[in-house]
Design a protein around this ligand. Structure first.
Ligand code: HEC
Length: 97
């Protein structure tokens, strides 16, 4: 009985995880122009791949509030909600450096 329940839980969790990942990668596509595909920057911009989730969230919020100096990230950071930021940060943190 316990085993059967565990299987149901695993099956139910899988599509949710896949959905979250898909949403994160769709959001991340808007960063690719400057930070590279999946955060692997080629043009000298800061690479985002492998950046720890907490670091990304705090830097992004610092851009949003203006606390961190920026040229373009102030405007960009204002365009995302906290839950979108969460998805973005999770996506980039999961990419190999
Ligand atoms: C138009 C180009 C452009 C786009 C699009 C862009 N960025 Fe940036 N990003 C920059 C630049 C340039 C910097 C350096 C700070 C500045 O001058 O604004 C930066 C800095 C950052 C940093 C700080 C990195 C560090 O360690 O200092 C983070 C985090 C970041 N961007 C995340 C994102 C995310 C997430 C997206 C997509 C939602 C994104 N950026 C889209 C140009 C861009």
């Amino acid at each position: 009985m316990r085993i059967a329940l565990a299987c149901v839980a695993v099956l139910a969790a899988a599509p949710l995880a896949a959905l979250a990942d898909e949403a994160g990668s769709a959001l991340a596509a808007t960063c690719a122009m400057c930070h590279g595909t999946t955060g692997h920057s080629v043009g000298g911009n800061v690479p985002l791949a492998g950046m720890p989730k907490d670091e990304m969230v705090s830097k992004f919020k610092a851009f949003r509030s203006g606390a961190m100096p920026a040229t373009v990230m102030h405007q960009i950071a204002k365009g995302y909600t906290d839950s979108q930021l969460d998805q973005l940060a999770a996506f980039f943190a999961a990419q190999k450096k």
